[in-house]
Design a protein around this ligand. Structure first.
Ligand SMILES: N[C@@H](CCC(=O)N[C@@H](CS)C(=O)NCC(=O)O)C(=O)O
Length: 246
């Protein structure tokens, strides 16, 4: 059975995961790119489609789906992807379940808070928000906002994120590790969900910000050696470029 699939992708966002899982499953898909507003939020075009107002949002055979882990779970359980069971772990293991929760609840929550604080601090200092105080900050207050932002994102949230990274690293480097969060010989739901964060730490915007060990580096290398992951990264880049020039 062929499916009608459209990924609603917000630039620089966790919808990146869907490209990888769709390529692994060999499911053809369309992409609609939505560009973030000045305050890093979803634009109207995405708010009009996504009931949660967030990305990722996936249209699957006319149904609108949100929440990354729900979407990935649903895709892995489509009856016609069973022939991928030699290369992808389709049956969710306990580890998959744990790491797909962990990705959102113990990593992405901290990454997102950091991003929100940084963007809001900058836009507020520049007087670009509706808040009238933004325009009125004197140089001393601007510096205070900047210092508090660094304290929050570095010492407070940054150190919590480092702890979350260390915990996941430990799992990947333990003695009987298979090298995948699924705990099997193939990547599964937990791996697809962890992709956005680890890709950001190893190769993306957060590269060099945190201490990353051999666990994450090896995992990322294994992922990027997979033709499906390479296709996913290229497709995302091509779609962004196409949308930018449209
Ligand atoms: N737990 C949700 C989080 C969704 C989420 O917060 N997505 C961000 C992008 S990474 C977003 O849509 N941000 C725009 C906004 O909040 O306006 C999921 O995994 O789908």
């Amino acid at each position: 059975m062929s499916h009608q699939i459209t990924v609603h992708h917000l630039n620089s966002s966790r919808s990146e995961r869907l490209f990888w899982v769709l390529e692994e499953l060999g499911l053809p898909y369309n992409v609609k790119v939505h560009f973030r507003t000045e305050t890093n939020s979803s634009p109207k075009s995405l708010l009009d489609i996504s009931p949660t107002g967030k990305s990722p949002c996936l249209e699957l055979d006319g149904e609108i789906l949100t929440e990354s882990s729900f979407i990935v779970h649903k895709l892995l359980n489509l009856p016609d992807v069973k022939d991928k069971s030699n290369t992808v772990n389709l049956i969710e293991t306990e580890q998959d379940n744990f790491w797909s929760h962990y990705a959102e609840a113990s990593m992405l929550n901290l990454m997102q808070s950091t991003a929100i604080i940084k963007v809001m601090s900058t836009t507020w200092i520049q007087g670009k928000t509706d808040d009238e105080n933004g325009n009125n900050l004197n140089e001393g207050n601007k510096k205070a906002v900047q210092d508090f932002t660094s304290y929050l994102t570095g010492k407070v949230i940054g150190s919590q994120l480092q702890q979350s990274i260390n915990f996941a690293e430990k799992f990947l480097t333990k003695e009987n590790s298979t090298g995948w969060f699924s705990g099997t010989e193939n990547p599964g739901e937990g791996d697809f969900l962890m992709f956005f964060a680890i890709n950001a730490f190893v190769a993306g915007k957060a590269k060099g910000v945190f201490q990353i060990g051999e666990g994450f580096k090896g995992w990322h290398k294994r992922v990027m050696e997979r033709p499906a992951a390479q296709k996913a990264v290229k497709r995302e880049q091509d779609e962004l470029a196409k949308a930018q020039s449209a």
